[in-house]
Every structure is written in structure tokens, then in C-alpha cells.
Design a binder for this molecule. Structure first.
Ligand SMILES: Cc1ncc(C[n+]2csc(CCOP(=O)(O)OP(=O)(O)O)c2C)c(N)n1
Length: 930
């Protein structure tokens, strides 16, 4: 066993101290230690040292100094190309350890503990070697890793790094060529389109060779897909050189031709600015790299792409075409996330994503992170941007090793890249490279950075590019001549010049405009399932392994559920049963399901129990994974208490694997507030901007049940406000059968007409008689956008039509005034978007005698569906037919904080709508002509 393994880190110095005490007086240490030292002595202390009478305090000093350099050397490493002062720490000096040069000179090198071939010579030489490793252009920051095996491995790789025999000799000239290509691209664009935004990579040019190294190693390790998530900075350069997007395409984007042919077709297409667009490289690229590289488009919202990439990777890593749990292949994909330094520490979603990295529901084979650290966030300095010393410090809390590296030091950068991918492949965990460089221009190319950072830019203006620095090094080494170096650059400038001259921008521009779905598919889909099929599935769902002991309360529920399909016309199917049966049929249809949410496997309202736990040994059993009819996998997971990370992840999973049904459930609907950016950027506008076809299902418990301003509203109005051009489906099912058909319809449309589905689900009414359905309604029914109800049949005598949706309907029909009402009908609007205009027209034609239509809602007037319904209903009504609003007045808060007040207002609403009075004495509810 090596001594590092016996007593890692600073402990070793302590052991030596104890040993010294023991040598002087064995009784000075406790019995256990005495026993240990009687059979063992620290390996650095050889017999010859003892015989030579070496002062053990000096010896301890060397060991501690060496350890301090390993642990804190990064604090004084030369990481900043602009030579800003590094931090200092006295622990890294000889004096701190009571040593001087002479002491070190006379002590043996082996005390420092470098790899074998560096044990010859004296401690002074060895300490200098150690300093060159830990305090040079690389800062190894891994002292926070608590796993000894990982820590030892990292130390070994760092120290063996430059001497590693098996390391591929990297081609220095090729690197110069690559850096010339990277720089020429920016120089050319700057020349032809000065001041046009491109978020130049310059100052962090080594990002491209770092990606080359990582991707090359990944290909050699048989990774199939590399997924890259990155912000604006350097994006065009990475698209051009890593994803091989043709220069023509990028130059055409700069030209931005007036007659870009496709604009607003029936699907809606706005496209996006060039530095948000994605790219895709197939394995057959010119570079012979035998893997797919994919970089999805992403919004300006910094770091929002992080969980999306992780979700894409997880989907790529999982195989779902057999019943049970999905199979996970952690080497299938490699996610690489490129961050800004200010955003990495500043955007909370980064922490959320890092937290997902090791959770069973979310882990990949490890994410590689590169912080493209230009030491500024727009105009903000590091001091203004973070409370931590390094931009990467957040990662340390997640046991992620960090390498800081100077972006002007190509060999160090390649070493960092090699270490990162090697660690990831060995431990399948995240790794961070903090690539420290600078920003050649302002935040964008028209921005003047000298207004705010005059001194820094004085330095940058005089600072040579990394290509020049590398070229001079190779010139000194006699590898290239000065002429050669310039020729490399010129070659790429000429190439760009030629392409630009013959550019036909209209034709070169490739936009990922999606094709519209075949017309009417959503209406034609058949969601009914024969009773026999449902009965068989239900029986399978109720089978438990013989040695499984469910909680006795749940056993009773399971027994009851055996009979729910016996009588086709019994009101026996509650919400959770409908969901479970829908899932079972979907799995039988061969469509895999992934569902996540806070407490979702059990259900926030204890309604679901998709996973049972053996009361004797906690073993879990998931019936939907065990039904013999299933042809695809089912998985349901608890999420951490965060929303944006988990939903971003599911969006990515869904984008990567669009043929699987992916559902996220909010604990309460209003927590969708925390994912609003993801809703806006990916779910609502992803298709119009980037050609994405998301089909994620959001299940949002919604309804005012007197729980106060929070937990009452899933903010329906926001979705309705964003609904346009058929970009999503928004539904408020009120019966178990409706929910069943809605889920099935979503699953069956995944291939032909995929759209995000937003479902406002009940809370207190999950088991209520008013929401239950009959088996026949599953077996014969279909999704109904509108559901009519009146206490006296239909039509001619109906004078008042009440339109509403969701929770208020239950209060309405439970009121005694409703049973007494003779001339009123209710229409539940179960599908809000796409607005069911035809169904409305048909329905209105059937009510020939109506005199009033009322939109009833429990949400305040400025929330809920009113603002959406009014402009869509009005054109369908004759001028003589008045449309009323009955509900709460406009309010800044969604609901009352007092449950008494809530009950009074809710009651007043019902009375108002059923009496259709034009006056009310309760000012908390209003009637208003629409
Ligand atoms: C969520 C979000 N907030 C603010 C911005 C505006 N913005 C764009 S880049 C930027 C600075 C980011 O700094 P850093 O992460 O260091 O990246 P850099 O631009 O320096 O490469 C800011 C504030 C944004 N795009 N997204």
C-alpha cells in the first residue's frame, strides 16, 4: 500500500510528528499508535536517514510543504494571461515550514513523493518540480474531493502528466494550424462585418483545441454522441470548427438577405439570431471523428441550456424498447457544457443542474464543464460578480474536481482537457475546466469596453493572441519558421475570402423550419380501448410478487381496484386509476413513459402509488414495470425540490427522444412560476425559433380551494397568453375519462403531431364522485373539448348558458340552486387551446333559445381564461346575444388568504351566476358585460 493511501493529505505530516515523538519516547503516544509503530514506520524514513541523523522536524516540514503545494498550489498558479496578481498563501513558502534552501538541498527528493522516476536528487529539485506542476499554468483544485480513490488518481495524473509515457504525442504544428483557423475566422468576420455582433472567441481561442482533445478521446472511448451546450461567446467559432457548419451558412447569416424566403407559414417561423442557432455533425464528417456532435439552439437566457443538455444525454444513454425500467448505457453520450464565468456562479440553474448530476433520475456518464472565463460579465468585474474566489467554486460543493488553466498556455490546456475526459471516463462524474483568458473586444463587437475597464483593455490591446504566442514558441524550438506561421493564417483568410466572394446567401441559408402536421390528425386519433383489453391490463396491474408485503392500507385499495372494470356502467374509475390505465395501454402500444415531479411516484395528494414499498424490507415494486403486456419501459421518479433544473432536463430528454411520453408534474401548479423562462423559450417558441418539436406534458394542479394566494392557481392566463400558431395544447379535463383520453391522445400523436401539453389537474376532487367515470367512457369515449350539462336535458328551453372550466364547475353543480334551475345549461370548456371554435359553433346552433351567455371563473378577472375566451367567443355570438363575465374582480393576488372569505366569495359567485343578477352586494365578485 502506498503511503498516500495509508494517510492521505496533511495527515501524513502528523503521522511523522507522532513517529518522532514515539522514537524519542514510546510512552509519549497512545497504545494503539505504539502498536502500529512497533510494526511499521513511515516509508519516507529510510534506515539511511535515521542513521544519517536527519532532523525529523525538517523532514516533516518537507512533507507538509509538498502537501501544501498539492492542496493549495493553485492559489499562486500563473493562471491569468493578463498577469493579474494571484492570491498568496504563506503555507506555500519554505519559511512557514521552518525550512530554508540549504535544508531542502540536503534532504532526499523521495520525501516529496513524486512518481518513481522523480525520486532521485534532492528535495529542493523535487519541490521545484512539484511547484512547476501545481503552481504553473495549471491550478489543480481537487482537495475538496472526499473520495480517496479519486483524489489519488487525480494526484497521480497531475504528477505523471507531462511524463506520462502512454500519452499521445500531440502535434504542435497541427495545433498552430488549428489556432490559425480559429483566429482567421474572427479576423475575417471583423474585417468584413466590423462591429457586427459575433461574440468573438478571441482571448479564449484554446476552447476549440480543448474540445478537439475531449471529443477525440471520447471517440476513442467509443462514445456515440457528444452534446454541447453553450452560450453566445465563441459559439460561431465552435459551430464552424467543431460542428463543421459550412462557412457559407455562417456568412449567409451575416449577410441576412432581405428575401429570406420562408417567414410566417402556418407553423409560424421567426428563426433566431445566428449566435443562438444550433448545429449537428454526423459521423461521416471530413475530420474522421466517428461520432455525432450535436449542439442544440439555445436562448440568450444564460445557462438555461445546462439541464436541457443533461436531459438529452440521459435520453441518448437509455434504451426503452422493453418492459421494465429503461436500460442505462453511460458511455453512449458525452455532455459538454460551456459556461460564462459570471453566469456559472450567478445563474441558479447551474447549481440546480450540478445537483442533478449524481441523482438516480438524472445522472449521465458525467458532464464536462468548460468555463469560458474572460474575467468579465459584460461590464461587471469579478469582484462585482461573485463572492467566491474562483468562478468555478460552486462546483466544489458537489465533489467535482476543478482545473484552472491559463488560456495562453496551449500545452497546459491540452493537459487539462486530457485529464477532464480521462477522469470522466474513469469515474463517470462531472469535471470542470476553468479556462482563464480574456475578451479581445467588448461584450459584443460594437460595445466599447474601455469605458469601464480602461486598464484591463490597455493590457489586452498590447497582448498577442495565443496563436502568436504559440507560433513564437514553435519558432524558438525550430519547428516552424516565422513565414510558415503567417502562411497558416493566410491560408484560412484566403479560404474565407473565396467563399465570401462566391456566396449566394439565399441558397446557402439553411433554416430548420419544421413541416406542418398532416391536417386533422389530432381529431382523427382513436383513443378508446376495448373493455376486455382494459380488464386484462387491470388484472396485471394488481398482481404483486408472492413475497411482497405492501402497506396493509394500500393492499385494501389494490383489492378494491381489482373490480373497477367489472361493471361497464359503474362510476368506478377515479382520476388515478384512469391515469394508470392510460399508462398501461400506452406501454402496451409500445410507447415508453418517463414521469417525474416532487413526490410524484406516490402523488402529492397520496392518490397515485405508482411505486409500492414492502413494509418489511422497503423493497420497491412498480406495477407498470411488471405488466406482461408492456412493450416499452416505464419510469417514475421523485425530483429534488427544484423546478427549473428538472423541467429543463425533461425538455432535453423529450427533444432527444421525441417518441417517448415525457411528463413532469408540479407539486402545485403555481410552481410553474419557476420554469417560466423554459416555458417561454423552449415549449412555446422553440418551434418558431429553432424548429424544435417539444411534446412535454406539464401536469399542473390548479383550482381555488381556499388554500390562499399560493397553491390555488397554475397561472392558466400565462399559457393562454403565449398560445399562438398552434404551438401547444392547453386542457382542463374534469373527469377521469377525459384525462384518460387526453393522455392517450398525446401519446398517439407523438410521431404525427407533437406539441407540448399543459394540463390543469384537480386537487381536492381527485377521488370525488363528480370526477369519476365509467369503464364504458374509457372503452367507447374520446376526448371532448366541450362538455355540456343541464339538469333538464337540452335546447329549446335553455335560456342561460354558463361556460366555465375546472374547479368552479364542481361548486356550481353541487349547489342547490343548480338542481332547481330550469333554464340553464353548463358547458365545460375542457380544451382551451387550440380553441375549439367549430365545436362552439355547433353547440351554439343547438341552443336556439338562449338569451345570455356567461363566462364563469373563480380566478380574478385579469387571470384565468377570460381574457383569452372573450375575443374568441365574441365573433361566434350574434350582436343580440350578451356575453357576461362572472367572477372575482381584477386582483394582484390570485386568491384570498382566508378560507372563510374564500367560501363566502365562492358561494356568492355561484349565486350570482345562477341568478344571473346584474347587481351584487359582495364586492369581491362581479358581473360585467363582456
Ligand atoms: C439570464 C440572463 N441574464 C442576463 C443576460 C444578459 N447578458 C448577456 S451576456 C451577460 C454577461 C455574461 O457574462 P459571462 O457569463 O461571464 O459571459 P461572457 O459574456 O463574459 O462570455 C449578460 C449579463 C442574459 N443573456 N441572460
Amino acid at each position: 500500500m502506498s503511503r498516500e493511501r495509508e494517510f492521505p493529505g496533511p495527515n501524513y505530516g502528523y503521522i511523522l510528528e507522532l513517529y518522532e515523538r514515539y522514537q524519542k519516547n514510546p510512552d509519549a503516544v497512545d497504545e494503539a499508535t505504539r502498536k502500529l509503530f512497533s510494526q511499521w514506520k513511515p516509508t519516507v524514513i529510510s534506515e539511511s536517514m535515521i542513521q544519517a541523523g536527519i532532523d525529523l522536524r525538517k523532514l516533516i516540514g518537507v512533507v507538509n510543504l509538498a502537501q501544501a503545494i498539492r492542496s493549495y498550489g493553485y492559489l499562486i498558479a500563473k493562471l491569468d494571461p493578463l498577469n493579474s496578481n494571484s492570491a498568496n498563501d504563506p503555507i506555500l513558502t519554505w519559511e512557514f515550514h521552518n525550512l530554508n534552501q540549504d535544508d531542502l538541498f540536503h534532504l532526499p527528493a523521495e520525501l516529496v513523493g513524486l512518481p518513481n522516476d522523480h525520486r532521485a536528487g534532492n528535495a529542493l529539485q523535487a519541490i521545484e518540480t512539484l511547484r512547476s506542476i501545481y503552481c504553473g499554468a495549471i491550478g489543480y483544485d481537487y482537495g475538496h474531493i472526499r473520495n480517496l480513490e479519486e483524489r489519488s488518481w487525480l494526484q497521480q495524473v497531475a504528477e505523471a502528466g507531462r511524463f506520462r509515457p502512454q500519452k499521445r504525442e500531440f502535434d504542435k504544428t497541427r495545433l498552430l494550424d488549428r489556432l490559425s483557423q480559429v483566429e482567421a475566422f474572427e479576423v475575417f468576420l471583423n474585417r468584413i462585418y466590423p462591429g457586427k455582433t459575433r461574440f468573438s472567441i478571441e482571448g479564449l481561442d484554446m476552447l476549440v483545441p480543448i474540445l478537439d482533445e475531449i471529443i477525440g478521446e471520447a471517440a476513442r472511448a467509443n462514445v456515440c454522441v457528444v452534446l454541447i451546450g453553450m452560450a453566445h461567446r465563441g459559439r460561431l467559432n465552435v459551430l464552424a470548427h467543431v460542428l463543421r457548419m459550412p462557412y457559407e451558412q455562417i456568412l449567409a447569416e451575416f449577410k441576412d438577405p432581405k428575401d429570406r424566403s420562408r417567414t410566417w407559414d402556418e407553423l409560424g417561423w421567426t428563426g433566431d439570431v445566428k449566435y443562438h442557432m444550433g448545429g449537428f455533425k454526423s459521423p461521416q464528417g471530413a475530420d474522421q471523428i466517428d461520432l455525432v456532435i450535436s449542439m442544440p439552439a439555445n436562448p440568450s437566457h444564460l445557462e438555461l441550456i445546462d439541464p436541457v443538455i443533461q436531459g438529452m444525454a440521459r435520453a441518448a444513454d437509455s434504451k426503452v424498447d422493453a418492459a421494465g425500467s429503461p436500460q442505462f448505457f453511460m458511455n453512449a453520450s458525452l455532455p459538454i457544457l460551456i459556461h460564462g464565468d459570471a453566469s456559472f456562479v450567478g445563474q441558479g440553474i447551474v447549481a440546480e443542474t450540478l445537483n442533478l448530476s449524481q441523482l438516480p433520475a438524472y445522472s449521465t456518464g458525467g458532464n464536462l464543464h468548460v468555463i469560458a472565463n474572460n474575467q468579465l460579465g459584460f461590464t461587471a468585474t469579478e469582484k462585482e460578480s461573485r463572492s467566491s474566489l474562483f468562478a468555478s467554486d460552486l462546483a466544489k460543493g458537489f465533489e467535482i474536481p476543478v482545473i484552472h488553466v491559463n488560456a495562453d498556455e496551449p500545452e497546459a490546456c491540452i493537459e487539462a482537457a486530457y485529464t477532464a475526459i480521462a477522469y470522466r471516463q474513469k469515474f463517470h462524474k462531472d469535471f470542470v475546466i476553468d479556462l482563464i483568458g480574456y475578451r479581445r473586444y467588448g461584450h459584443n463587437e460594437s460595445d466599447e469596453p474601455r469605458f469601464t475597464q480602461p486598464l484591463m483593455y490597455r493590457e489586452i490591446d498590447a497582448h498577442p493572441s495565443v496563436r502568436k504566442i504559440w507560433a513564437s514558441k514553435l519558432e524558438k524550438e525550430g519547428i516552424v519558421s516565422p513565414d510558415d506561421a503567417e502562411k497558416f493564417l493566410q491560408k484560412y483568410l484566403n479560404e474565407l475570402q473565396e467563399i465570401n466572394q462566391r456566396l449566394d446567401a439565399e441558397h446557402a441559408l439553411q433554416e430548420p423550419v419544421p413541416k406542418p402536421p398532416p391536417p386533422g390528425v389530432a381529431q382523427k386519433v382513436n383513443t378508446s380501448v376495448s373493455l376486455e383489453r382494459l380488464q386484462n391490463l387491470n388484472q396485471s396491474l394488481r398482481q404483486f410478487p408472492a413475497d411482497f408485503h405492501p402497506n396493509p392500507k394500500l393492499t385494501r385499495a389494490v383489492e378494491k381496484h381489482r373490480q373497477i372494470l367489472d361493471d361497464p356502467d359503474a362510476s368506478s374509475i377515479d382520476w388515478a386509476s384512469a391515469e394508470e390505465l392510460a399508462f398501461a395501454t400506452i406501454l402496451e402500444d409500445g410507447i415508453a413513459i418517463r414521469m417525474t415531479g416532487q413526490d410524484t411516484p406516490r402523488g402529492t395528494f397520496s392518490q397515485r402509488h405508482a411505486v409500492f414499498y414492502d413494509s418489511e424490507n422497503n423493497r420497491s415494486y412498480t406495477p407498470l414495470q411488471s405488466i406482461p403486456q408492456a412493450k416499452a419501459s416505464f419510469i417514475i421518479y421523485n425530483t429534488p425540490v427544484s423546478e427549473a433544473g428538472p423541467v429543463g432536463f425533461e425538455i432535453g430528454y423529450n427533444i432527444q427522444a421525441p417518441d417517448r411520453l415525457v411528463l413532469w408534474e408540479a407539486q402545485y401548479g403555481d410552481f410553474d412560476n419557476n420554469i417560466q423562462t423554459l416555458i417561454d423559450e423552449f415549449l412555446c417558441s422553440g418551434r418558431a425559433k429553432w424548429g424544435l418539436m417539444p411534446s412535454l406534458v406539464l401536469l399542473l394542479p390548479h383550482g381555488n380551494e381556499g388554500m390562499g394566494p399560493d397553491h390555488s392557481s397554475a397561472r392558466m392566463e400565462r399559457f393562454l397568453n403565449l398560445a399562438a400558431e398552434g404551438n401547444m395544447r392547453v386542457a382542463v379535463p374534469t373527469t377521469a375519462a377525459q384525462y384518460f383520453h387526453l393522455l392517450r391522445r398525446q401519446a398517439l400523436l407523438l410521431k404525427t403531431d407533437p406539441l407540448p401539453l399543459v394540463v390543469f389537474t384537480p386537487k381536492g376532487f381527485l377521488r370525488h364522485l363528480l370526477t369519476v367515470s365509467t369503464p364504458s367512457q374509457l372503452a367507447k369515449g374520446s376526448w371532448q373539448p366541450l362538455i355540456e350539462e343541464s339538469s333538464i336535458g337540452k335546447n329549446k328551453i335553455i335560456k342561460n348558458l354558463i361556460l366555465c372550466n375546472g374547479r368552479i364547475y364542481f361548486d356550481l353543480v353541487s349547489d342547490e340552486l343548480w338542481s332547481a334551475s330550469k333554464n340553464t345549461a353548463i358547458v365545460k370548456v375542457e380544451q382551451l387551446y387550440p380553441f375549439p371554435a367549430q365545436a362552439f359553433e355547433k353547440l351554439l346552433n343547438e341552443y336556439s333559445a338562449i338569451e345570455k351567455i356567461v363566462w364563469l371563473q373563480e380566478e380574478p378577472m385579469n387571470m384565468g381564461a377570460w381574457d383569452f375566451m372573450r375575443p374568441r367567443l365574441k365573433p361566434l355570438l350574434s350582436d343580440q346575444l350578451p356575453l357576461y363575465y362572472v367572477g372575482r374582480p381584477e386582483s394582484s393576488s390570485p386568491a384570498e388568504g382566508s378560507s372563510t372569505l374564500y367560501r363566502i366569495n365562492q358561494q356568492a359567485l355561484i349565486h350570482l351566476v345562477l341568478k344571473i343578477e346584474e347587481q351584487t352586494h359582495n364586492h369581491s365578485v362581479i358581473i360585467e358585460r363582456g
